[in-house]
Write a protein that binds this ligand. Structure first.
Ligand SMILES: [Zn+2]
Length: 340
């Protein structure tokens, strides 16, 4: 089969690889119907050291179950299913707490930008989708694999609810879906910090009440002006670089929450009196256990109340996946959908 493989920074290829096979009785093999390029795929695209054996890419996919191990229950051959970007058994104590990203038998997918994939812990991982393989809902359903669930996680950990004021930092797919999620949870005011107008326009349609294009001290100043000097109850940080963290500290209201879902590209950050402690600020966030949220988020997608798939603004065939990376990296595309 064909699969997307990265050999080093800027070097993505589509090549023939062995077909995936069942290895464990808990595995399934899924034929991929839709996958996509993630903002987090761009980190290795910038920094990966050259290697002789490439790394299979892609952790967001939906597809049709082709083969099932003898111990897999709950899904059948021919089912259209979505997988979260982390596989999990959905039964261990962490999964029962809703923390599937820490599953004792879990792991992170690679190889989703391909024609097919082996899914470990298939019974716990795969969620059946009650639509046909050619449904117009596929792009929105695919966002349940990562970006919509991640935006939801940001808002949930940010304790967003009716009456809450929220700042979302970042106008990538996750930031925009954090806006949608905050709106869905009843936030009263949502300030989106981002400077790509086509993206912040979509953010407004998803529920942002204000857009702040300025960054750094100027951006902080602007959010403070909009909130009577106090900042917002919740800050959802969907970038991961230090300047975004510094802005989050600058715009959070005393007693508020900074919820990070952008993968931090730093280890050390201010947490002392002048940054978090003095204002009783809560710092939270992490990789989203999206498996815990799919059943909750699915009905609104199926019934068209939300359309998170609007973050996809380009579609490529599998053979053009390298072009999809380039387009996202050059900010020509917000998020690239891949069809087989
Ligand atoms: Zn588990």
């Amino acid at each position: 089969m064909r699969a997307t493989v990265m050999y080093g920074a800027g070097d993505v290829r589509v090549e023939e690889v062995p077909d995936p096979r069942l290895r464990e009785p808990t595995d399934a093999v899924v034929r991929i119907v839709r996958s996509c390029v993630c903002g987090s795929d761009l980190h290795p695209y910038h920094s990966m050291k050259r290697r002789d054996r490439g790394v299979p890419m892609g952790h967001e996919f939906l597809g049709v179950v082709e083969e099932l191990g003898s111990e897999v229950s709950g899904v059948r051959r021919g089912d259209l299913v979505v997988a979260p970007f982390v596989w999990s058994d959905n039964t261990c104590e962490f999964c029962r707490e809703g923390l599937h990203t820490s599953c004792r038998r879990g792991g992170v997918f690679g190889g989703g930008q391909a024609e097919a994939i082996r899914v470990p812990q298939a019974a716990g991982t795969l969620v059946r989708l009650p639509v046909a393989e050619d449904s117009a809902l596929l792009p929105s359903l695919l966002t349940l694999a990562d970006v919509y669930g991640t935006g939801h996680h940001a808002a949930r950990l940010g304790r967003v609810g009716p009456g809450t004021t929220v700042t979302v930092i970042g106008d990538g797919a996750v930031g925009l879906l954090a806006v949608l999620s905050a709106r869905r949870m009843g936030a009263e005011r949502i300030i989106l910090m981002g400077r790509h107008i086509s993206r912040t326009d979509l953010g407004r349609e998803f529920g942002a009440t204000d857009v702040v294009a300025e960054r750094g001290e100027e951006g902080i100043e602007r959010v403070r002006e909009l909130t009577g000097g106090d900042g917002t109850h919740a800050v959802l940080e969907a970038v991961g670089h230090m300047p975004a963290y510094e802005m989050a500290v600058g715009v959070v209201r005393p007693g508020g929450v900074i919820s990070r879902v952008g993968v931090p590209q730093y280890e050390a950050a201010p947490v002392g009196f002048g940054s978090l402690f003095g204002g009783n600020i809560t710092l939270t966030g992490g990789p989203a256990p999206v498996r815990a949220y799919i059943e909750e988020l699915l009905p609104d997608v199926l019934e068209g109340r939300v359309e998170p798939g609007r973050v996809f603004d380009r579609t490529v065939g599998l053979d053009e996946t390298p072009e999809g990376y380039r387009a996202m990296d050059d900010r020509e595309a917000l998020k690239v959908l891949v069809t087989p």
